[in-house]
Design a protein around this ligand. Sequence first.
Ligand SMILES: O=C(O)CCC(=O)C(=O)O
Ligand SMILES: [Fe+2]
Length: 340
Amino acid sequence: MTALSPLEHQLPVIDVAPLVAATPDATALAEVAAQIGAACRAHGFFYVRGHGVPAALVERLDALAREFFAQPEAEKLRLTMSAGGRAWRGYFRTGGELTSGRPDWKEGFYLGSELDAEHALVRAGTPLHGPNLWPERPAGLREAVLDYLQAGTALGHALMRGIALSLALPADYFAARYTADPLILFRLFNYPSRPAPEAVQWGVGEHTDYGLLTLLYQDATGGLQVRTRAGWIEAPPLPGSFVCNIGDMLDRMTRGLYRSTPHRVRLNSSGRDRLSFPLFFDPNFFSRPAAIEGLPAAEDDRASRWDGANVHAFEGSYGDYLLAKVGKVFPELSGTVLSP
Ligand SMILES: O=C(O)CCC(=O)C(=O)O
Ligand SMILES: [Fe+2]
C-alpha cells in the first residue's frame, strides 16, 4: 500500500447542476454523464457540487445535530436503537456499531424515510421500515431531517439519471426498475474527539456501502479515507459539496465496472466533534438487483474485498442482502430484528 497522500482533493469534483435543472440542456447533460462515468470507473468516489441542496438547510442540520449529541448520554439513550425494534431507528452510543467486526469510535442517530405505524409495510413488520424516533430536544431536528431527506432523495434520483446516461442507458433505467420507491436510510454520526480504548483503531473500519449511492455531508474536520487502486487517499471536506460513492448494488449491476470502493474514517483527535451525515440511496427493499445486459462478465474480486463477499453471485432481494449485512454490524440487535 502506498503512503497516504497529503490533504488535497484527489477525487474528481463534478458540478451536477445540469442533472438537477428543471429543463436540462442535452449537451451539458452528456458532459456531466461522461464525468460521472469516468469517476465511477476510476474511483467509485467523487464530490458533487451544484447539487441544489440549500447550504442553509445543511447548516441548520449541522447545528441541530451538534445540539443533540451534546446532551448527556442518559438523555440520548432514551431513544436507544434497541427500543426501535425492526425499523432500526434511534440512537446508539460510541462503540455500539461494529462495521468490520470491531467497535467504531462514533455515536449515531439512525433514521430513514418517515413511515407511520399504519403504513402497510410497517404493519406487516417489514424490517428497516417504520416511524423515526424523534427527540424532544432540539425541537427543530425532526423538521430539519425531513427537509434534508427530501432534498437528498431528489439529488439521489438526479444522480441515478446521470449514472444511467453514463452507461448509455435511458435516463430512467434505474427509476423504472429499482428506485421509484427507493430505500432511504440516513444517519447522523458524531465522532467524538475523546481518546478511544487501545483496541479501537478507527472511527469507522474499512467497509463498502451496501446499496446504490451514498451522499455524505462531512463537517470541516476531515478523516475520511478511500482505498483507490493506487492505495489509500484522503477525502477531505470540500465546503458546499457532498461526497458521493458507489455501493455494492451498483457494483453488482455494472458487473464491477463501477466499483463499490472501500473507505474508512480515522480516529478523531482534532479537539472537536466530527459530524458526518451519510444518506444511503438504495434500491427498493423488495427489488432484485440484476446485472445490466451487455456488460462484460465481472471479475471475481472476493479476495480483495473487506468482507470476502461476492456481490455478483448472491440470490434474493436487496432487503435480503442488507439484512444479512446489518445483523453483523449491530450484533446486539440481530437476534431481535432478524427473527420472524
Ligand atoms: O463518516 C464518514 O465520513 C463516512 C461514514 C461511512 O462511511 C458510512 O456510514 O458508511
Ligand atoms: Fe460508508
